[in-house]
Design a protein around this ligand. Structure first.
Ligand code: ADP
Ligand code: 5GP
Length: 182
């Protein structure tokens, strides 16, 4: 079976992380790409598992060395996908990257076979509830993330698949079917 590189995007709080982590816990043939970031770890986040937490200096050194499949800066921090991890892992497994719209489109330029998936909420109110419920951002950060949503959704047409994350189990099944279908 061919292994696929999947980029999953969508507004912060829509449930991307929950969907991807649940799918990966059920499918040993799929792994998540671990991104690098300069933002501070949230409570419970582990270096090398959730992200590689780097200093700005280290991140910029890696940019200069062309070490990223794609990278971007948002909310004042860098986020990027290390090239070597993706190339090596694709030899034996499918890889899911959880990245924003700009990152997905850049990844598609480097890897044209990369499949782009956008996750959307059933409504704006529900998205706000999920962001507040997660409890990891301040009110100002939530407003910032909601404002970003419109921009993310305006790129829907460039995507290969759109998944509405209303019923979580159905959304996870949809994601799993996309990997099998590709
Ligand atoms: P993202 O990774 O897109 O920022 P998360 O996976 O952190 O989003 O999800 C944000 C919050 O929404 C979490 O508290 C999560 O448990 C909840 N959530 C995710 N999917 C659903 C769903 N289908 N229905 C209700 N709550 C959900
Ligand atoms: P968070 O701080 O909530 O973990 O992530 C903030 C945003 O960064 C999310 O929209 C997420 O999709 C994006 N992001 C995470 N990793 C990467 C990456 O490697 N590259 C890019 N371009 N965006 C990323």
């Amino acid at each position: 079976m061919r292994h696929v590189l999947l980029a999953v995007s969508g507004p912060s709080g829509v449930g991307k992380g929950t969907m991807v982590k649940t799918l990966i816990s059920r499918r040993p043939d799929v792994v998540e790409s671990v991104s690098c970031t300069t933002r501070a770890p949230r409570e419970g986040e582990i270096h090398g598992k959730h992200y590689f937490f780097l200093s700005r200096e280290e991140f910029e050194r890696r940019i200069a060395e062309d070490d990223f499949l794609e990278y971007d800066e948002h909310f004042g921090n860098y986020y990027g996908t290390p090239k070597s991890f993706v190339r090596e892992t694709l030899k034996t497994k499918s890889v899911i990257m959880e990245i924003d719209v700009v990152g997905s489109l850049n990844a598609k330029k480097t890897f044209p076979e990369c499949v782009l998936v956008m996750v959307v909420p059933p409504s704006l109110d529900e998205l706000k509830r999920r962001l507040s419920g997660r409890g990891s951002e301040t009110e100002a950060q939530i407003e910032n993330r909601l404002a970003r949503m419109e921009y993310e959704l305006s790129h829907k047409d460039l995507y290969d698949y759109i998944i509405v994350n209303d019923d979580l189990e159905k959304a996870i099944a949809d994601l799993s079917k996309i990997i099998d279908g590709e």
